[in-house]
Design a protein around this ligand. Structure first.
Ligand code: 3HC
Length: 284
């Protein structure tokens, strides 16, 4: 089973990052967006990020131009019929994902593989929206996608082993990512461990026990983490962190997964982190 033609649903931070790594690895990538202005924004996001590599001497101008040319953003889901692998990177809204997977199932060729980059929704739930659940799995990338080496591969109870093997092979040998295999539980491996830690940092701030700066400095200096937990939440997006905590809490009903009130209030206030210019910190 060869994976060559890639589809990505959504050209936001994660979708654009996934499109970038696939295109740099030589795959033809079609990205779906929902509005004309988002088409242009997604195309520019990918081009800008790839071009940044040229100024840093990581990629030649020629290779960058070729990679940018391999990415096309469209409004037409009908164009995804010939895709070997479609990776959904839409917002973490369950009903939206069911709708997308139902439509993809109608359009993508029967042998096509459908993957979700969901951070915490059990994959079998989206697979259930299709008539090919054995060809559906989780392919979870990390932010920033071009930099973070890991992809979690999530097989559901019904994912065919050869489908998981084909996607693992693509992630490892074409994208040159590190892969781990995880079962289909909310949060998989990384978020099941990371989200309680991030929530605990918010609770610590909320209780006035320590400042944001000191919480972050402590984990950087004391544990060697590249970013403190509140800076990391600002980077991944507080809405994404909240959605992940809600999914984990819904799955396990364990208090360490419960989203802190401050996290909810900041999302209500539109303080989503870097992408809105303000989260725990302010960004110019
Ligand atoms: N896109 C592309 N490249 C980027 C980038 C981006 N958004 N951000 C940073 N980089 C590159 C820089 O260009 C630089 O490359 P170079 O070394 O070749 O010059 C390199 O990454 C290091 O960047 P900086 O020197 O600017 O800054 P740092 O040393 O602090 O590294 C970082 C930045 C790699 C983001 C590092 O801080 C880090 O690893 N942070 C933790 C990230 C993390 O934990 N991600 C997982 C989040 S959880 C998740 O995504 C799951 C979801 O479901 C919630």
């Amino acid at each position: 089973m060869t994976v060559k033609l890639i589809g990505v649903i959504g050209g936001g931070t994660m979708g654009a990052g996934i499109a970038e790594v696939c295109a740099k690895a030589g795959s033809e990538v079609l990205v779906l967006e929902t509005k004309q202005e988002l088409v242009e924004a997604a195309q520019q996001r990918v081009a800008k990020s790839i071009s940044r590599g040229v100024s840093k001497g990581k990629i030649s101008q020629e290779d960058a131009d070729a990679a940018i040319a391999r990415v096309r953003v469209t409004l037409d889901l009908g164009e995804f019929a010939d895709r070997d692998l479609v990776i959904e990177a839409a917002p973490e809204i369950e009903a939206l994902k069911y709708d997308i997977f139902g439509k993809l199932d109608e359009i993508v060729k029967p042998e096509g593989i459908l993957a979700s980059n969901t951070s915490s929704i059990p994959v079998i739930k989206v697979a259930g929206a299709t008539r090919r659940p054995e060809r559906v799995l989780g392919m979870h990338f990390f932010n920033p996608v071009p930099v973070m080496p890991l992809v979690e591969i999530i097989s559901t109870l019904v994912t065919a082993p050869e489908i998981a093997a084909a996607v693992t092979d693509y992630a490892k040998n074409t994208l040159h990512k590190t892969t781990v295999q995880a079962g289909d539980r909310s949060g998989f491996i990384v978020n099941a461990l990371l989200i309680p830690y991030l929530c605990q940092a918010v609770r610590m701030l909320e209780s006035g026990y320590a400042s944001a700066e000191d919480i972050d400095a402590a984990m950087k200096g004391g544990c060697g983490y590249p970013m403190g937990p509140l800076t990391l939440l600002d980077t991944v997006g507080l809405d994404i962190g909240l959605a992940a905590a809600e999914s984990l809490y819904a799955e396990f009903a364990e208090s360490h997964y419960a989203p802190p009130a401050l996290l909810r209030r900041m999302v209500d206030a539109g303080r989503l982190g870097r992408k809105t210019g303000r989260g725990f910190y302010e960004y110019a």
